[in-house]
Design a protein around this ligand. Structure first.
Ligand code: BGC
Length: 342
């Protein structure tokens, strides 16, 4: 298989580079490991929907103890959505504010100190979805700065190129921009794990359209799974008025409901097999307007189906609308936590 041949060539190249003393972003003592190795280290994973994402014009606060709490519950990785675009200049050279880097550093360092694998991304960059051509230089400059800034960090820090490409950022336009961004990151981080995702909000339905660079074995495919939307997004204001009419939708793990998920996941498994790329379900979760019994059943089923296929996952999310932790009472929602961990 050509992919096996690619792998052998890459391994030989790494040996040659090491023999000539080439530097790498891996810390001393770490050996080369590919995306399949790292993908096995990520479960269980959780998203932070706070701290580095804007809500109502300000960044939400993350409490000092949140990452320690997440680690002590048994989580191994934490996906940290980061709204870089708000803190990046609108004109060339599109400088990211140093104070914002400090803020991201603090959370990344805290995750690492708690032995969590942090995944940072570019989140809620709405301008690039509307006007990909107009934003391309800015987007690539963001990655140039982010990857330079973290080049010497532990290989446990991982990057995700962009959350939920959508609207005009689709098909060929997205493929082209994604591949350019990967090339930018690879200049300073030749081996760091990168998460990439298909268009239409990281949907499995757009997997077949994605084109990845050949020979890069440190890529993980990140998909978001919220099906059925009328269940997972019932009452979610950002979906518009229609979400009100979805209220009361249940998910009881009927044969039809289970087979629907299995059918979708089988499509993904086939793509993964044919393309030799590991799969991460980077977001899945059901909003708190749905009944708890359904939320627990759905969450457990998605988690089990992902694990059955050897995929990693990160539940959406820690302590807001989908949260498994109640930040007002400082208590875990144990039934949801159990659905993820046991
Ligand atoms: C968005 C969140 C949203 C979630 C579920 C995420 O990708 O960033 O704002 O709550 O998806 O729709």
């Amino acid at each position: 298989m050509k992919l096996v041949a690619d792998r052998i060539i890459l391994a030989l190249l790494s040996c040659v580079m090491l023999a000539f003393g080439a530097t790498s972003s891996f810390a001393q003592g770490d050996t080369y490991k590919d995306a399949f190795y790292w993908n096995k280290q990520l479960n269980p994973g959780i998203n932070l929907d706070n701290a580095l994402v804007m809500r109502d014009g300000k960044l939400r606060a993350i409490e000092e103890n949140h990452l320690a709490l997440i680690a002590s519950a048994g989580f191994k990785s934490v996906r940290i959505p980061v709204v870089w675009s708000t803190y990046t200049g609108s004109n060339a050279p599109y400088t990211i504010k140093p104070a914002f880097f400090e803020r991201v550093d603090k959370i990344v360092n805290e995750a690492l100190a708690n032995n969590l694998i942090p995944i940072i991304n570019i989140h809620h960059y709405t301008a690039v979805m509307k006007d990909p051509a107009g934003q391309e230089k800015r987007f690539l400059r963001m990655w140039e700065q982010i990857s330079q800034h973290y080049a010497n960090y532990s290989p446990k820090l991982m990057f995700e190129i962009l959350n939920e490409p959508s609207q005009n950022l689709n098909g060929e336009v997205w493929n082209s921009m994604l591949n350019k961004a990967i090339r930018v990151v690879r200049k300073t981080n030749p081996e760091r794990i990168l998460f990439v995702g298909p268009g239409y909000y990281n949907s499995y339905t757009k997997l077949s359209a994605i084109e990845l660079p050949r020979g890069d074995h440190n890529l993980i495919m990140s998909l978001h799974y919220y099906d059925p939307m009328n269940f997972t997004h019932q009452g979610a204001a950002w979906m518009g008025d229609i979400s009100e009419s979805w209220l009361g939708t249940t998910w009881r793990a009927t044969e039809y409901q289970r087979n629907r998920v299995i059918g979708h996941f089988d499509i993904v498994a086939e793509w993964a097999e044919n393309n030799d790329v590991p799969i991460h379900i980077g977001e899945f979760g059901a909003y708190d307007k749905a009944d708890m019994t359904s939320r627990v059943k759905w969450t457990r089923f998605i988690r089990e189906q992902a694990e059955k296929r050897g995929w990693s996952w990160a539940y959406w999310e820690f302590c807001y609308g989908y949260g498994i932790y109640d930040r007002h009472t400082d208590e875990w929602r144990t039934d949801l936590l159990d659905a993820l961990l046991h």
